[in-house]
Every structure is written in structure tokens, then in C-alpha cells.
Write a new protein. Structure first.
Length: 156
């Protein structure tokens, strides 16, 4: 009698597992794509910072735009995991250096096509102010000498 009652439940675990596997695999793929997206965004942010620093360190040189372009190309040369159409620009003014990278990260799925046409934008913009290291070091040395003088007068 018990066998006859449980006979119709024989394949229920298979059906439940198939529903769960669809959800689990979808979530796993979403986490992997999120990791790729965050990697590309962090890499582009680092590339923008380093490009701006190269520009800051080589301000006095004549071939500065060429060095900045070479650094940009070096960073964008096949090191991104999924981003496409990545472009960069660098602008140098009297007191500020601005580096801007932008691109698209493709994401599969029908829901993503509806919300963002299967492309998530990645944009990174870094601005650094130009400092003169010589004057900064001179200011620090001046403050240290003033500290020594105050310390000597305090002992007297």
C-alpha cells in the first residue's frame, strides 16, 4: 500500500533539481560577469591614474603627448577581460591633468537587452592637479628649520 502511494512521487526530485539548477547556474554566471566587470573597471581606473602620473612626471619634456599616448596604448593592449570599444583621452592644462577612459561591457541575456541593450557603460575620469615638487620640498625643509629654531629657543 505504501509503495502505491509513493509511486507518483518518484521523479519529483529530478524536476525540483532541474528548476533549482537553472536558478543556481544563472546566479553563478551573473557573479562571474560581475567579477569581470569590476576587474575591468578597476583596471581602467588604475590605467587612468598611471597615465596621469606619467604626464605629471614628464611635464617639462617636449614629447609629452607622445609619451601619454604610448602609456594609454600600453594599458589598453589586451588586458581587459570583457570590455569592448575602450577609448581614452588625456587633457593637460596649466594646473590640471585629466584622463578619461570609457568603454562598453557586453552582458548576455534577454533581460539585460531590455534594460541596457546588453552593454554596461564603463567610464573612469581622473583629474590630478599639477604640483611643483621642488617648491613643496623647500616648504617642508623650511618648516623643519622653523621647528628646530622654536625648539632651540624653548630650551633657552
Amino acid at each position: 500500500m505504501i509503495r502505491l502511494l509513493n509511486w507518483h512521487k518518484k521523479g519529483s526530485y529530478t524536476v525540483e533539481a532541474s528548476f533549482l539548477m537553472v536558478i543556481i547556474i544563472t546566479l553563478l554566471i551573473a557573479v562571474i560577469y560581475l567579477g569581470f566587470f569590476l576587474h575591468d573597471r578597476a583596471y581602467l581606473q588604475n590605467a587612468a591614474y598611471e597615465t596621469a602620473l606619467v604626464a605629471c612626471l614628464n611635464l617639462k619634456e617636449d614629447n609629452l603627448p607622445a609619451k601619454v599616448e604610448d602609456k594609454k596604448k600600453e594599458f589598453l593592449n589586451g588586458r581587459l577581460l570583457g570590455s569592448k570599444n575602450v577609448e581614452g583621452s588625456a587633457a593637460i592644462s596649466n594646473h590640471k591633468i585629466t584622463v578619461h577612459f570609457q568603454g562598453e561591457f557586453p552582458v548576455p541575456g534577454l533581460a539585460m537587452w531590455y534594460f541596457c541593450r546588453n552593454k554596461l557603460p564603463i567610464q573612469v575620469k581622473i583629474s590630478l592637479s599639477i604640483k611643483d615638487p621642488k617648491s613643496t620640498v623647500n616648504k617642508i625643509h623650511g618648516i623643519e628649520s622653523m621647528k628646530k629654531q622654536v625648539y632651540k629657543r624653548g630650551k633657552e
